[in-house]
Write a protein that binds this ligand. Structure first.
Ligand code: HAS
Ligand code: CU
Length: 571
């Protein structure tokens, strides 16, 4: 059995090109994470607090946007090619989107890093949630636009591959991995409408000086229209690996293929009409709209709860195939020495905790307690920072040898790396959650204000700061080990018996399930209707209140008038 690179050499190069960008971003982004954790906690201050937002923006953009999405581009290319069992139809198109996304990344990263150079007039300290009123240099938005268009073309490339396959296989069910890629991309097309309008219609002209003002609430709302679903765009590659690769690594088979399809369809339907749960504290959006977003968010827990069940059931099946017995003793029969398996399992375990803090965020009333505190970074370091990032690193130990035809340099280092990530994150994210409950704010260079004591029943602030610094340092060491292992693997000798990339058939296959599951047009249409229902009225009322570009006399002026007349009455 030839491995991936032997069967599809050109596609393997594409995947490698994407993963290389992902891993370089991971290395640089992790470095910014370390210096920032040490700075915030007051352990060592390596840069001036004035540069804090440049560091934080570089950290967030390089890790949350570039590392994750470039990994996705590589993984999905691999998944489409191997599950359709054919090369991509138009390799020039493929290289075009790789190049465009890479060029966009370079432009955006340059705009951010230029912030460290004084007096050149280029900076983009707008954080990874780049909405107004923060303004970046046009290069930042232009790069971002290229990057997003790159992902759109990638999706087009994969849909074309699917269309070719369909011509030859008119009656077959869509292969599972292809199904996952296509539903994720449909969700992405819908979600990115928000950010495209935000950047092209408002932020870019504003940054160029073509328009003078924007409506900040409108750009925030358009951002979160995209900003929630983007978290599932990061998560779906991890789910693809948990559903299709993890069962094999565990020694078993996926519990249910139709259940996996249902999960991806639910994400397509529900990921977008929930973005307002990031805006519970925004004035200017009526409570009723926030309540609808909360209700939709609670429904959106379902696909992840189904995933927890299906993935753990598949792992248990694998363990029993390997001789595992008992109610919980089977856990011991899992291949814990395999870094790919262990990393993914630990990532899943942490996601159970991250999902729990997500449920707390999602409650409109409890959100007021944690919003804009360190609790929120605690939440997303478990989700994107572990469920996604650790799964991607762990998956690489299995994936990369298929792309290079070389062996992995060191499994023990890989194992140490994934365990170190888990331990580092236990320290850091637990302390972040607790510090958040004590009121420590997020996005602040020096959160310990003079004459203000955060000490509460949550423990002393010094202890929490120390845990964050220790955790952050362990995470950085983990990335160093990962980068070293990947680099060393790139120059290993080619192997004679390559990794077997065949995936076992699910215990319950697609054949017995209703064909309507594969009706992508139907699900897309319903998803569009749900978004229209969730967003038309809130957007209309935001525009009515303060105008498209924020220059129509609206609520602020009404308040001004009110205050003025009140002052008159008092006088
Ligand atoms: Fe979130 C804020 C709600 C999931 C990322 N989230 C954020 C931010 C980020 C983020 C980056 O409602 C901050 C944005 C900013 O900068 O302001 N989030 C949720 C909810 C979920 C959720 C309800 N978030 C994610 C995922 C993310 C992510 C996934 C990235 C990938 N989040 C919120 C809310 C806010 C928020 C509010 C705004 C907070 C504020 O006020 O600012 C749900 O999707 C979670 C569902 C998950 C579960 C867990 C299921 C468990 C599984 C594990 C299976 C176990 C295995 C292993 C496989 C119900 C699937 C077993 C192992 C063995 C050994 C047996
Ligand atoms: Cu969200």
């Amino acid at each position: 059995m030839a491995t991936f690179v032997d069967r599809y050499p050109e596609e393997a190069s594409v995947v490698k090109a994407c993963l290389t960008v992902a891993f370089v971003s991971l290395g640089i982004g992790a470095f910014f994470g370390l210096v920032q954790a040490l700075h915030r906690t007051g352990v060592v201050r390596l840069f001036s607090s004035v540069d804090y937002y440049t560091v934080l923006t570089a950290h967030g953009v390089l890790l949350a946007l570039v590392f994750t999405i470039f990994f996705l581009l590589g993984l999905f290319t691999w998944a489409i090619t191997r599950s359709l069992e054919r090369p991509l139809p138009n390799i020039r198109l493929t290289w075009a989107w790789v190049g465009l996304a890479q060029a966009g990344t370079v432009a955006t990263a340059a705009a951010i890093l230029a912030g460290f150079v004084p007096d050149i007039g280029v900076s983009a300290d707008v954080l990874f949630t780049f909405y107004a009123p923060m303004k970046a240099h046009p290069l930042f938005y232009a790069g971002l636009a290229m990057f997003i268009v790159g992902t759109w073309l990638a999706g087009a490339d994969w849909f074309l591959a699917y269309r070719e396959w369909r011509k030859d296989n008119p009656d077959e069910r869509i292969p599972l991995q292809t199904f996952m890629v296509l539903t994720t991309m449909l969700m992405w097309y819908l979600a990115t409408i928000g950010v495209a309008v935000e950047v092209v219609v408002f932020l870019l002209p504003w940054s160029f000086g073509i328009v003078e003002t924007v409506n900040p609430l409108l750009t925030r709302t358009l951002f979160w229209f995209f900003g929630h679903p983007v978290v599932y765009f990061w998560l779906m590659p991890a789910y693809l690996m948990w559903y299709t690769i993890l069962p094999k690594l565990a020694g078993g088979r996926l519990f249910s293929d139709p259940l996996a399809r249902v999960v991806f369809v639910l994400f397509l339907l529900l990921s977008t009409p929930v973005g307002i749960h990031h805006q519970y504290l925004d004035p200017g959006i009526a409570e009723g709209f926030k309540f609808i977003a909360m209700t939709n968010t609670m429904f959106l827990l379902l696909p992840s709860l189904l995933t927890a069940f299906t993935v753990v059931a598949s792992m248990e099946h694998g363990a029993r195939q390997r001789g595992g017995e008992g109610r919980l003793r089977w856990l011991g029969a899992l291949p814990w020495r395999d870094p790919a398996f262990t990393g993914m399992a630990l990532a899943g375990l942490m996601f159970a905790a991250g999902g729990f803090s997500g449920m707390i965020n999602a409650g409109m009333n409890i959100n007021y307690l944690i919003h804009n505190t360190l609790w929120v970074p605690g939440h997303f370091h478990l989700t994107v920072g572990t469920a996604v990032a650790l799964t991607m690193m762990a998956g690489s130990y299995w994936l990369v040898p298929q792309l290079t035809g070389r062996k992995l340099y060191s499994r023990p280092i890989g194992l140490a790396q994934v365990v170190l990530w888990f331990v580092g994150m236990v320290f850091m994210s637990n302390a972040m959650h607790r510090a958040g409950l004590a009121g420590v704010p997020r996005r602040t260079a020096e959160p310990q204000y003079n004459s203000f004591d955060f000490t509460t029943t949550m423990g002393s602030i010094e202890e929490l700061q120390l845990q964050i610094a220790v955790g952050g340092t362990l995470l950085f060491v983990s990335v160093v080990l990962f980068s070293f292992n990947m680099l060393a693997s790139a120059i290993e000798d080619p192997v004679e018996t390559p990794v077997d990339d065949r995936l076992p058939a699910p215990l319950s296959g697609a054949d017995g399930s209703p064909r309507v599951l594969d009706n992508l047009r139907l699900w897309t249409a319903i998803a569009v209707v749900l978004v229209v229902l969730a967003y038309t009225l809130p957007l209309a009322s935001i525009v009515q209140d303060a105008g498209l570009f924020g220059n129509v006399p609206g609520v602020p002026m009404l308040i001004g008038n009110f205050v003025e007349s009140l002052a008159g009455v008092i006088a």
